[in-house]
Design a protein around this ligand. Sequence first.
Ligand code: NAD
Length: 428
Amino acid sequence: MTVSSYNPYENAQAQFDRVARIIGLDQATCALLRQPMREFHFTIPVHMDDGSTKIFNGYRIQHNDARGPAKGGIRFHPHETADTVRALSMWMTWKCSVVDIPLGGGKGGIVCDPRNMTENEQERLCRGWIRQLAKVVGPVIDVPAPDVMSNSKHMLWMLDEFETIHGGRYPGFITGKPVGMGGSLGRTEATGYGVIYTVREALKDLGLKLEETTASFQGFGNVAQYAAVLFQRLGGKVISVCCWDNNDKKAYTYRKLDGLNAEALLTIVDSFGTINKEKALEMGCEILPQGAWIEQDVDILIPAALENQITLDNVNKISKQVKLIAEGANGPINTDADEVIRERGVFLVPDFLCNAGGVTCSYFEQVQSNNNYYWEKDEVLQKLDQKMTSAYRATKETADKNKLYMRDAAYVIAINRVAQAVKMRGWV
Ligand code: NAD
């Protein structure tokens, strides 16, 4: 499959169909869950600073809300498509379900490039997105959050517009708000730490001591940074990280065979997750081509950059030493490569379990916002560890009991819970 022919929605449906067959899901439930229950496609006119008016295309897709209000981020991307949003909304349903939080799945998007827009234009765009959706989202209906290229400032503008329309204060309407304005402590670390909580548990199952293991990462943005830091704090050795360099329009792998210092790397990375090459050289890193991250003789691979990164083109370059792959990113392994990994018997922590720490902490933010009472960071992280660990344990138990690949086991749990909810509500 080439990158251009990759369709995330088809991928999400193929994964669903496979598990629906395993659990013998009835035809009606299948038909209900293999597509979103509700979609909003709309235009957002924005007065630009130069006096012109530009029309942007926006989406909100609610895949399923049987277990609770829909939950999911809003992506700002020039190549955003309805199919990407559909797939992501579906994955959100499974993600919330597998970690057993009372939320459904949704996702939003705007076809735009905020890097080429002024702050004022971005604010008008955010407010415009809310004006189109104010009646069909909300703290008990659908709770948005930031995603690719959207941030806490955007969330606060959106909250302000929502509250202006509805005439009240509804901090639980949206998550990813700044700390002090309804945001939760620990959210920045949550996804990366969550990845490592699952890695820690998987290593126990593999009979390996974390402090004797090595890892290679793809990506050094929010997820990979905090995953690398916690992995190192727990005694693991980070051998390499790969990240994009926007000046050179290609990615590089930064490697140190005796272990990179993840905390030091945090001081030389920009807000887009690009490591400064010169400073990395000064720190004694080797700079290798972008594909090198996958070829390292390490125990653990953590793809935490983008979707569709491990394919038939590079899956066989994975070293025989690799025992565990923890999918920090969403959909980093395509379906064909997944077959190869499954056959090779490499242990996998699948994306919607592995990176569920972010949405779990967003759920904590929503709970805190709705109660207007905020927790200490330690409390947030302790609750996060508990949720991630028990979700991992339940998945491993299902995998062992039914002799399933971990991805299938996580799907079995997630789909069964949602199927049960739609049945109990009498929808099917
Ligand atoms: P980010 O934008 O902060 O970082 C992305 C990193 O990937 C950067 O270091 C960038 O340089 C690197 N990258 C981009 N293109 C690359 C390429 N072609 N080769 C190698 N490296 C490349 O993003 P993030 O928030 O860390 O998210 C990473 C992944 O995790 C995404 O798939 C995202 O959907 C998923 N995810 C994120 C969260 C979260 O809370 N941030 C939660 C769940 C899932």
